[in-house]
Design a protein around this ligand. Sequence first.
Ligand SMILES: NC(=O)c1ccc[n+]([C@@H]2O[C@H](COP(=O)([O-])OP(=O)(O)OC[C@H]3O[C@@H](n4cnc5c(N)ncnc54)[C@H](O)[C@@H]3O)[C@@H](O)[C@H]2O)c1
Length: 380
Amino acid sequence: MTGKNWKVFNPSGARRVVVTKALPGDRWLDILARADARVEYGIETRILSVDEIAAAIGKRCDGAIGQLTESWREALFSALSAAGGAVYSNYAVGHDNVDLDAATQRGIPVGNTPGVLTEATAEMAVALTFAAARRIPEADAYLRSGKYEGWLPTLFLGEMLSRKTVGVIGAGRIGAEYAKMMVEGFKMDLVYFDTNPNPALENHIREFSTFLIAQGEAPVNVTCASDVEEVLQQADVVSLHPPLDETTRHLVDEKRLDLMKKNAVLVNTARGPVVDEAALVVHCKKNPDFRAGLDVFEEEPEMKAGLNTLQNVVVAPHIASATRWTREAMATLAASNVAAIFRGWPVSTDPSRIPEFLEHPAPRAAPSIVNAKELGLPTL
Ligand SMILES: NC(=O)c1ccc[n+]([C@@H]2O[C@H](COP(=O)([O-])OP(=O)(O)OC[C@H]3O[C@@H](n4cnc5c(N)ncnc54)[C@H](O)[C@@H]3O)[C@@H](O)[C@H]2O)c1
């Protein structure tokens, strides 16, 4: 049994599921209750420690849903396994907070929630791009503080991005969506780097360019760069969208920041450690025309010393996926992963089928289990 900071839904359910935070909407609760689960969810806003989560798992727990801010590694998978746990789902698309090997060794499937964060996160990257380029938070604070004395030719000069070059590092679901928004919205050229190039994105941009030419407008170009450096050197705005792993930790460091244009914009909605945040603070201090828009930080909820006083940095508290639709869809997918494993259903391996899981009736399958192959789970 969990304590006073936990709520219970469907108390008579035969299976016990621990969910470390209350999720939005109520469809997720319904999905779990229909799989005969008693759901115990945490109502505290602070990040729970590993010990607190292990205590909540207790002696008997059939499944769990956790957050990207929690460390789901040896200790928690061993607690879940000892409690009879059959499944864990991350309430996120990224799973850098999960030790997949630790889960796989104990036969525990790990779910995630891909696809439903794509547009919301790309929109947030666009919002941060322009908030930084056009200095919106700085101007907002200035106006509210009563300093505005009237229109001035030199007040808050920023950067125009139309017809300039947008750079993307990691052109998967979110990176490609952001690229299309920037190219189609602002007719920018695209230069991108991905360890796994995206020909569908390149075709899309070429088709858009053909359309522009047919309208009598100048074309746009797309370049698949051979390395990160090429993107950093060429682009006027660079947005980061790779997963966090050993290949992307401090992908943007002091040396690479120095390659960027002095008035470039750097946007990070991926994961904090993809950027060396201390090096970014130094770079932004040295280059007042350089701007950054950050949704994620190396040691959340903290910011590295000096970051919060920099005028040329726009910050948001990891809210890129925070739209009601997205967060409810994430809850539906996370609950569906857990319920499907309870019911012995197969795992869907086709990302294009994710929207079907938001419909009624949904497929009788788990929407996304990242270690399905390693565990030899049956697929749809
Ligand atoms: N801020 C937020 O709230 C938020 C929301 C959603 C996702 N995210 C982050 O965004 C990441 C991307 O999500 P997605 O759905 O687009 O994933 P995705 O798997 O569709 O795309 C990731 C892309 O990065 C590429 N990549 C991998 N390693 C690379 C490297 N070393 N250099 C360059 N490219 C590399 C992959 O080939 C892939 O194309 C997630 O892993 C997550 O960490 C953050």
